[in-house]
Design a protein around this ligand. Sequence first.
Ligand code: SF4
Length: 331
Amino acid sequence: MNNFTYHVPESPLEAANQKTSDRHAQFIAGGTNLVDRLKVFLDKPSQLIDISKLDLQTIETMADGSLRLGALVTNTAVADNQDIRRHYPMLARAILSGASQQIRNMATVGGNLLQRTRCPYYYDTAFPCNKREPETDCPAIEGMNRNHAILGSSDHCVAVHPSDMCVALAALDAEVEVISPQGTRQIAFLDFHRLPGNRPEKDSNLEQGELITGVKIPDTSKNSSGVYLKIRDRASYSFALVSVAASVSLEGEKIEGVRLALGGVAHKPWRATETEEFLIGKSLEENTLTQAAEIALQDAKPLSQNHFKVELAKRAIIRALKVSAQGGGVV
Ligand code: SF4
């Protein structure tokens, strides 16, 4: 760990001003990913701005019926919230499928959005890595890539985003609120994270100095039958090979609303909008679900070791849609 100075701001704006004035400063809240990176010199901040005590720790229902999660609400508090369990169960289940209870007690909403990939080459400084050091190399493309992307990757990076919570937030059409010295702005969740392109070192579209203050989930995305299905190598404390956040609402026999997002397959949470459009107005027949899954994976470009993810994702989509249509619950 390198030497750094330590600053405790009294307001979100002061925190953003402090970060703007020092481009090598970093925010710290729960520290569940940052401290790991500090220990192995992946991140070498000049300054840590400790935002953990700022007043961003509440879950509120807004006048328009939306739910606002303060950026410093812990993952445990979100997953335990009764309104979230009732109205946005895919979000609670996504969080509970990730990490351990101890980590969820420390990890925050804002930090979850900003956690970095778990690609092993990124953490091992004996290897080059375009995400860690631009214009070096991506050894995963020809190397160990079993856990890597099958959608939206580039010749520069094939990493996946590790979050479970973000997959549910992508499906729920959440919005990210940020503050900077220039004011506040809202970023649609699907625009928050980036595909790697030729700038894999940049995970999100946050600008220098911007601080996440909250995440808003619209009232219209309430669905008590929403599900989160996570497929992984072991039953707990493991990142997704493939995950699916899905909710289906029926009008009689026909699908009148559907939300579908995938995790473990791309550099960002992957919303399957074309599949959603295909399903609207159709009935839940096996053939229809099979076609829907094919559409979701039609652009997949698997790597040498992860062809299995394509079929796995298709089957997971079908299962998650069926369970949600039957009323939800544990998948
Ligand atoms: Fe680095 Fe991305 Fe390649 Fe992993 S996949 S080695 S994070 S550039």
